[in-house]
Design a protein around this ligand. Structure first.
Ligand code: ATP
Ligand code: MG
Length: 151
């Protein structure tokens, strides 16, 4: 595990950017953290790290946004889903094992359908502007990436 401390929204974006830069096809990032923790800020940086120029915002109502980067970036928000079955019915898994990189806010809602190989990112509020960002690798590839991003 790598633990990063962020003192601002920009720092959170920069950590996301460092992770995004390391991802390749099939990359998967599961985000956890309460409302306003900074999940979307992290995704904004992650998309930048994948050279996706578009504006990143929470896909709370649309459930998914797609950004064009060096790979397609699929940004999901599972907040409004009841459970993983609903995500299955909506065809999320087609993207999970597809041509791009997936990043999911409120990943706990999709627990049983998350790919086994992924990076879990847990964001915790530790003060008005302070966030603890834990990068928890699942699988060998992500162990290396966590070590590099955590440096
Ligand atoms: N260190 C920090 N990192 C990230 N955001 C921060 C930080 N300090 C303060 N903030 C503020 O916290 C808020 C984070 O909002 P953001 O939309 O990224 O959260 P979220 O986890 O995606 O919330 P939601 O669950 O509603 O989708 C922003 O208003 C941001 O300015
Ligand atoms: Mg959000």
């Amino acid at each position: 595990m790598a633990l990063c401390i962020s003192g601002s929204e920009k720092e959170t974006e920069d950590i996301g950017c460092r992770l995004g830069a390391k991802l390749d096809k099939g990359g998967f990032v599961a985000l956890y953290g309460e409302l306003g923790a900074g999940k979307t800020a992290f995704v904004r940086g992650l998309a930048r790290g994948l050279s996706a120029g578009e504006a990143v915002s929470s896909p709370t109502f649309t459930l998914m946004h797609r950004y064009e980067g060096r790979l397609p970036v699929y940004h999901f928000d599972a907040y409004r889903l009841k459970n993983a079955d609903e995500a299955e019915e909506l065809g999320f898994e087609e993207y999970f094992y597809g041509d791009g990189v997936c990043v999911v806010e409120w990943a706990e809602k999709l627990q049983n359908i998350l790919p086994g190989e992924r990076m879990d990112v847990k964001i915790t509020r530790a003060g008005e502007n302070i966030r603890e960002i834990a990068l928890i690798p699942c699988g060998k590839k992500y162990e290396r990436i966590a070590a590099e991003v955590g440096k």
